[in-house]
Write a protein that binds this ligand. Sequence first.
Ligand code: UT7
Length: 325
Amino acid sequence: MGSRIVATGRATPRTVITNHELERRMDTSDEWIRTRTGIAQRYALCTDESLVEVAERASRQALARAGMKPEDLEAIIVGTVSSDFGFPSFACQLQHRLGLNSIPAFDVAAACSGFIYALSVADATMRAGEWSRVLLVGADALSTMVDWNDRSTAVLFGDGAGAVVMVREAGQRGVLGSILRSSGEYWELLSVRNRGIQSPIDAEARANRDDAIKMKGPELFKIAVKSLEDITRKVIERAGVSLDDLSLIIPHQANLRIINAVAQRLGLGAEKVFTNVDRYGNTSAASVPIALDEAIESGRIRDNDLVLLNACGGGLTWGANLIRW
Ligand code: UT7
């Protein structure tokens, strides 16, 4: 027995912030942002919006496409570091919005790697026979945690949610394997002191600067490239397949230069790498499931394709999932 993704969905907050809008707010330029990151715009959660509501929309879309009702679910797992509350978990808030009771609902906090980690947990638990139908969500709103005066981080992040429905199933298709890694040694490369949504772009009050996201970008960049190459090779090798067998990589969308550098090291052409960082920015744990949903919608993934998901983020955490679609 294994697990298979049978449907996907995605949702964003309603406000689009272009690079030109940021040019008006801080000392930056569309040209710098595009050439250094590949980002042209991002969605930003505003003060009158709720990230749980965004996640609910993505979840309901995935459930409808799976031909399921919320009542069919046996567990909810959310990869997120953006809950409004220390507790209850984001997953419990989402469960309530979906009108469910009693099934297990919990968060996995691995920053940008949250969805990769959550998928691995769901797959292992389903293989063990515990659940048959699971809702898996990646949802984050890191734009609400930046210091809007710090141009080195404020331009990078966007908000959103992606959802998938997984079912327990026998057969050749489904999750072939996952590998997860963390290195607490590097925790100071990317961190935010207080949890929660504090500083949406339209808020009048600004959070204390010390509470905003802190990032050592260039150091993180180098480690991200190395670790993503390494984890991709490892998960491929463990599954007994080769890089040539891969149909598509769906990487975490942090920076187009990171994505391209990893692809180049792996010897993969652009046609094998999905990117949408230009329209979303870095949506943390939401980036892989949003990209997966877009890849399916645009016909880039067909039945029996070999698809690899990978991510690296705060922790540091990194990981990869290999899927026979
Ligand atoms: O999702 C988790 C994983 N995230 C990552 O892995 C992110 C990894 N890091 C990165 O993506 C890149 O390091 C950044 C995009 C954050 C920065 O790009 P960089 O090429 O490493 O630039 P830098 O930090 O070395 O800065 C280069 C220059 C500096 O100016 P000087 O010192 O050369 O005069 C910065 O002050 O660019 C300046 N700069 C900006 N200029 C205009 C930094 N941010 C901006 C900005 N607009 N927004």
